[in-house]
Ligand binder design. Structure first.
Ligand SMILES: [Zn+2]
Length: 292
């Protein structure tokens, strides 16, 4: 190997090293650009999705009901208070359509419409704050509101409880439960009216009970009862009177609305019923519950 060969070899080496350095720098630049884009995208995602709407986490949305600012978790459609105002069958339809498509459906829109209509109804009612509601089975709720049922029979007298005693002579909301009236119970009501053993107003009660019976006979569980005795709705208000003992009301005669008398000790007077213009969808609860 000559001296010249040695120099050529070194130069080639230096050249290769320089080329490698340039390549490394290029790679580094490319890496920085891509990492930068990635970081920017991540920050953008965090800002738009996590801190959206004033720093709230995007696992929730606003309740879709007008003027309700409640945050609702994404697996639910409405806030709990509004969802309770959606009638049970419509709730099931909303669930079913969402499970099938994962999208907002006509059922969702119908539920929203029902609740907003109910809210408008509530505003128009102007019931005082602290008004209580009582959930009653159908057809009894409708019969109370129509003035055909002067007493609601129960095992207990609410006046035993100091916080409820103040309800005497006050207006309460009468709410119809979600329970469909069993056929046998309707038969029993009619039989008692036929036998003159009923405290119900025959003229008003009979067409209601017979109408329900006919609807259930024709269509069973598919029967639409909403025109006769709607379910899961508040129907109107009534003044609740001082509970009286059943023996006192009937003076030992076997007159009663139904076999419930056998288990009931008290009649709660249902005075001056006033129907709402339209029934208001609401899920109801046990005992007396807070309406407003
Ligand atoms: Zn709401």
């Amino acid at each position: 190997m000559t001296a010249q060969d040695h120099i050529d070899g070194r130069e080639r080496q230096l050249h290769i090293q320089r080329r490698n350095n340039v390549l490394s720098a290029l790679w580094l630049a490319v890496w920085i650009i891509f990492a930068g884009i990635g970081a920017a995208a991540s920050i953008h995602f965090v800002i738009t999705h996590v801190f959206q709407s004033g720093g709230r986490c995007d696992m929730s949305h606003e309740c879709p009901i007008e003027n309700c600012a409640a945050r609702v978790r994404n697996e639910f459609y409405m806030c709990p208070r509004h969802w309770r105002m959606v009638p049970r069958p419509l709730q099931s339809a909303v669930y079913a359509s969402f499970r099938a498509t994962g999208r907002i459906s006509d059922n969702h829109r119908e539920a929203k419409r029902v609740v907003e209509q109910a809210e408008a109804g509530l505003k128009a009612l102007d019931l005082p704050a602290g008004t209580k509601a009582l959930t009653v089975y159908q057809p009894w709720a409708t019969l109370i509101i129509l003035g055909a049922k002067p007493f609601e029979f129960r095992k207990w007298k609410f006046t035993d409880k100091p916080y409820l005693a103040q309800l005497v002579s006050r207006r309460i909301v009468v709410h119809a439960s979600a329970r469909r009236p069993p056929f046998g119970e309707l038969d029993d009501i009619l039989r008692r009216m036929d036998d003159g053993e009923s405290g119900l107003d025959d003229k008003i009660a009979r067409p209601i009970v017979e109408g329900l019976r006919a609807a259930l006979r024709a269509r069973g569980n598919d029967a639409d009862l909403s025109e006769i005795a709607p379910l899961s709705v508040a129907l109107g208000t009534v003044i609740i009177g001082e509970p009286r003992s059943v023996l006192d009301i009937f003076k030992g005669t076997p007159i009663a609305d139904s076999d419930r008398l056998d288990h009931s000790l008290y009649g709660w007077p249902m005075i001056e019923p006033k129907a709402f213009e339209r029934p208001i969808p609401s899920a109801g609860a046990q005992g007396f519950w807070n309406w407003s």
